[in-house]
Design a protein around this ligand. Structure first.
Ligand code: UD1
Length: 430
């Protein structure tokens, strides 16, 4: 198991510049969309993270060929050789479910493992299934797999009971090749959904209402080649914004889309940070000496992202008073609170709420990363926890953050990757 160790002799004040990578949550649907055509799809600004590798492995199993040079990727699914997304890949990355819609639309059959449980609570895919059934797919659940079949999907009207990001993406991709018009209501508004729609339009799809809750898709017979740049990762950007606010630092973030960061920008500003645009694709975040407490409720975009909840919690441990974070998207997404408590934070979980009493000094310890964003939260905590903080099981972090330790080293942080941390808390000394 790999670990990250942060050495904090005196609390850091992060200063300098950091370049934000392409969005993990935008590249995964874009890669899945390549299954919709036999032509080449060219993607740039690819983040080199583990989830991209997992998706490429899955697409290669399905018959796609790709070449990745630096951050540019050309992928082509001339022939689909298999219609099966096996459990070991889906288990490693839930977003594998994104191949369901495209495979079904292109091949007429898709067999995708059910993702099952996950560290941040129950995450059903029922809306993906009912949506595809509405488009005429026959779907059975057999031996832990979703088996979906349709000679050709037919356009229909479908309203999502609840906003779902990958659910919307799956349905848009399927509808792009369906016969006739599909109207999807209550679609997720996340920028990653719009970015996928823009790629599909470049491929020849006919989609109206991009960026709105109702999407109208007029199906076409074929899609063609396209080139597309992956949008900046707003969660990675948000993580560095919190890092600046938390450490009273002064950071310039390059290659960001400020409009995508509004909900977090608002909260950080009220907490005392100064956030300025510094060029079209850059922002500057200047932390203040006093962090004010803030209540936060997670919500679908444009609300406060659940993927920033854990990182914001660290900030609130250093605020001068009590704050309440309410998690409305996922149940059981507070595992990081226990780890923060081990570092000295005062956090009480009451159902979907976390009550954080600040300001408590944090001191370094061994902690365990339980999911992707929880890992990021523990890295942030390490920046203000005195002494050594060792974050175990950082495989989660590698799924979504590109070279995070290299980026932090450039900002003056003493951090190292331990290849085999045997002093793991569960197996080592108490
Ligand atoms: C995506 C993001 C993830 C983010 C999440 C919420 C990707 C690859 N992942 O995940 O980083 O945390 O959005 O912003 O883009 N739901 C159902 N039935 C369904 C589908 C979803 O009840 O069929 C529920 C979920 O349990 C959850 C809510 O809808 O309560 C939102 O989930 P969803 O937007 O689908 O999350 P993902 O697309 O899996």
């Amino acid at each position: 198991m790999e670990a990250l160790r942060i050495y904090t002799e005196k609390p850091y004040q992060l200063r300098g510049e950091v370049t934000i990578s392409g969005a993990k949550n935008a590249v995964l649907p874009a890669l899945a969309a390549s299954l919709l055509t036999g032509e080449e799809v060219h993607l740039t600004n690819i983040p080199l993270v583990k989830d991209v590798q997992t998706m490429l492995t899955l697409l290669a199993e399905l018959g796609a060929e790709y070449s990745l040079k630096k951050k540019s990727l050309t992928i082509s699914a001339k022939k689909i050789l298999s219609d099966q997304a096996p459990y070991q890949l889906v288990r490693a990355m839930r977003a594998s479910i994104l191949v369901l819609g495209p495979l079904l639309a292109r091949k007429g059959r898709a067999v995708v493992a059910l993702p099952g449980g996950c560290a941040i609570g129950t995450r059903p895919v029922d809306l993906h299934i009912t949506g595809l059934q509405k488009l005429g797919a026959e779907i059975k659940i057999e031996h832990g797999y979703i088996v979906a079949e349709a000679r050709r999907l037919k356009g229909a009207e479908f309203e999502f009971e609840k906003k779902t990001v990958t659910g919307t993406e799956n349905l848009v991709m399927a509808a792009a090749l369906a016969r006739g018009e599909t109207v999807l209501k209550n679609c997720a508004l996340e920028p990653e959904v719009s970015s996928l729609c823009e790629l599909l339009v470049k491929m020849g799809a006919r989609i109206d209402g991009i960026g709105e809750e109702t999407l109208r898709i007029r199906g076409v017979d074929d899609l063609g080649p396209a080139s597309h740049r992956i949008i900046p990762d707003r969660i990675e950007a948000g993580t560095f914004m919190v890092a600046a606010a938390l450490t009273g630092g002064d950071l310039v973030l390059r290659e960001v889309e400020p409009a995508h960061l509004q909900a977090l920008t608002d909260k950080l500003t009220i907490s005392g940070a100064r956030i300025e645009k510094s060029g079209r694709r850059s922002i500057r975040v200047i932390g203040s000496q006093e962090i004010k407490p803030q209540d936060v409720t997670t919500a679908p975009y444009p609300g406060f992202p659940t993927d920033m909840q854990a990182q914001f919690m660290v900030l609130m441990t250093q605020a001068s008073g009590t704050s309440i974070i309410t998690e409305t998207i996922f149940d059981r997404r507070f595992a990081h609170a226990n780890e923060l408590t081990r570092l000295g934070a005062s956090i009480e979980i009451q159902g979907d709420k976390a009550v954080i009493r600040g300001r408590t000094p944090l001191s370094g310890a061994e902690v365990m990363a339980t999911d992707l964003r929880a890992s990021a939260c523990l890295v942030l905590a390490g920046l203000v926890a005195t002494g050594q903080t060792t974050i175990n099981d950082i495989e989660h972090l590698d799924r979504g953050y590109e070279k995070i330790e290299e980026k932090l080293v450039k900002l003056g942080v003493k951090i190292e990757r331990l290849k085999n941390n045997n002093n793991h808390r569960t197996g080592g000394k108490p």
